[in-house]
Design a binder for this molecule. Structure first.
Ligand SMILES: C[S@@+](CC[C@H](N)C(=O)[O-])C[C@H]1O[C@@H](n2cnc3c(N)ncnc32)[C@H](O)[C@@H]1O
Length: 226
């Protein structure tokens, strides 16, 4: 895989506020039952007991989008990766409240799980508000780079959809530039509205709501894997 500098250096903090008692219990009881195994190949059969369309969310934050999509498509399987402990706890709360049985989580780097999935196995990949790494000298750490994108594309089947959202104008321009060079993804926008207005089935995350409150614009990109 190319571009090794991008890998394993993508995220900074993984701990934040101390956990309350109920949250620690969620982590101790629910997380082990829903976790992707730490090693070895993983596929739909291993994770969900059958062959079903798979979705993967990179950096799910507090898990609102993951839980919404999993609730909408109960026959599909959802895998979410997020290294931030408080985010994982938030997601576990959503999964418990919505009684979702079709989600598996990895508390850590998304790339570690992506690598272990069969090629061509993902129907959807979501990357919402990735860490912007705004300084030019950190640009190699952005998830939208050829190294991670090669891996993401390899794990998607042709016709699969890659959704990318950002509120960061630098990241927006960067992504358009990187994605335009790629011959293995087709941008599914026909008019400006398609990337300025949140598409149906794409719920607002807490992060996005905050961006809007603070007066930032949000851009929505949908790409088809060719
Ligand atoms: C700005 S937050 C956005 C969270 C969420 N997607 C949302 O829209 O609310 C970016 C998230 O990506 C996570 N992240 C960064 N690098 C990652 C990686 N390599 N694998 C998985 N998650 C990652 C961070 O921990 C952080 O929670």
């Amino acid at each position: 895989m190319g571009d090794p500098t991008t890998l394993r250096r993508l995220y900074g903090r993984s701990k934040g506020r101390p956990l309350r008692h109920g949250q620690s219990a969620l982590l101790e009881e629910l997380l082990p039952a829903l976790s992707v195994p730490d090693e070895g190949p993983v596929d739909s059969r291993l994770l969900f007991g059958d062959d079903r369309p798979l979705h993967f969310e990179i950096g799910f934050g507090a898990g609102e989008h993951l839980a919404y999509r999993a609730d909408l498509l109960p026959d599909h399987g959802f895998i979410g990766a997020e290294p931030f402990l408080n985010g994982v706890v938030g997601a576990l709360g959503h999964l418990r409240d919505k009684h979702l049985a079709n989600v598996r989580l990895h508390m850590g780097d998304a790339l570690d799980v992506l690598e272990r999935l069969p090629d061509g196995s993902l129907r959807f990949v979501y990357l919402l508000h990735p860490d912007p790494w705004p300084k030019a000298r950190h640009a190699k750490r952005r998830m939208v780079n050829d190294g991670p994108l090669d891996l993401i594309r390899a794990k998607m089947g042709s016709g699969g959809e890659f959704r990318l959202g950002t509120d960061d104008p630098v990241y927006c321009r960067w992504s358009m530039m990187v994605m335009r060079r790629r011959r293995d993804f087709e941008w599914l926008a026909e008019s400006a509205k398609d990337f300025l207005v949140r598409p149906g089935g794409w719920p607002e995350t807490r992060y996005e709501a905050k961006a809007r409150r603070e007066g930032r614009e949000v851009w929505y990109f949908r790409y088809r894997a060719l």
